[in-house]
Design a protein around this ligand. Structure first.
Ligand code: NAD
Length: 272
């Protein structure tokens, strides 16, 4: 029988339950004549939790315009996962009916310029966090060309709307609906006293505004981008902005509303 023409990659974590789902789903897709392809897919299915979807995003971060993602959760419902592991038949049926519908969310672009002129760029789906490795980080923060503040403390994070419910939230940042095209700058343990002053609250910056960070002390800093961490010596500046490319998710009938996910993850049932 003719194949569907749709190329699908499946990415799973090592947990036995995820591996079981991987094999089951791969067989179901093959039976329905999908093409399994791990280099140039149209659809990427992550199996595991939100962390696995982050890994899938980074595998295909240079092909974002060509790929749509869908997440299968092997535990409770996640923020990036639409299907539970007992809903594989429903997922396959939706993929058969799929006509290319998608929902798209902003991605963060981070450009690190070193004093020797080297430039490294990263894409983040959740956030990028910068810290000085072993002492107080001191950095000037510039927002939309306005020299805003001299930050002293552990570090700062810049998060996407979908990342606002991750590390950003633990730091006291606001939860943003993922369709709002903005970045959120949140402090990590800032020093605030009679001598040192920062705004203290999170700042939500619109798409057109850039955030710049210039460390004043040159030694080692660590930059965490989603689930990866890098160490840099002598950073001259970091530029943050919303990336030109968005992440596209398969729009599925079972797409759970964002506020239901937030309630489910952080509040649970409300007593009447
Ligand atoms: P992990 O295994 O340490 O898991 C962190 C938790 O964050 C998991 O429960 C995961 O489901 C959840 N998570 C991930 N993205 C989320 C999102 N967008 N909204 C709500 N929850 C989300 O690490 P991982 O699974 O590889 O995920 C990496 C992410 O962990 C980072 O991007 C960062 O946001 C988050 N993190 C959070 C803290 C914290 O809250 N104190 C500390 C470090 C990292």
């Amino acid at each position: 029988m003719k194949n569907t023409g749709k190329r699908v990659d499946l990415i799973a974590n090592r947990k036995p339950q995820s591996q079981k789902v991987l094999h089951k789903l791969r067989e179901k897709l093959k039976k329905q004549h999908f093409i399994i392809n791990d280099t140039n897919p149209d659809i990427v299915i992550s199996i595991g939790g939100d962390g696995m979807l982050l890994s899938a995003f980074h595998k295909y971060e240079n092909q974002l315009d060509k790929v749509r993602f869908v997440g299968v959760h092997t535990g409770h419902l996640g923020f990036y996962t639409d299907y539970r592991d007992f809903e594989l038949d429903q997922l396959v049926a939706n993929l058969q009916l799929d006509s290319g519908a998608k929902v798209s969310y902003p991605v963060l672009n981070v450009k690190v310029t070193l004093e020797n002129g080297d430039v490294k760029t990263f894409r983040a789906l959740n956030e990028a966090s910068i810290r000085r490795s072993d002492r107080t980080m001191v950095a000037d923060i510039i927002i939309n060309h306005v020299p805003f503040e001299r930050f002293r403390g552990d570090g700062v994070t810049v998060s996407t709307p979908t990342g606002s419910t991750a590390y950003n939230k633990s730091l006291g940042g606001a939860v943003l609906h993922p369709t709002i095209e903005a970045l959120q700058l949140t402090e990590i343990a800032s020093l605030n006293n009679r001598v040192y002053r920062t705004l203290g609250s999170s700042i939500i910056v619109p798409k057109k505004d850039k955030i710049e960070l210039l460390p004043t002390r040159n030694d080692y800093h660590t930059l965490s981008v989603d689930n990866s961490t890098y160490s840099f010596r002598n950073i001259e500046r970091i530029d943050y902005q919303i990336d030109h490319h968005k992440i596209h998710f398969l729009a599925t009938p079972s797409h759970t509303s964002f506020w239901n996910r937030v309630k489910d993850a952080f509040i649970g049932e409300v007593d009447e």
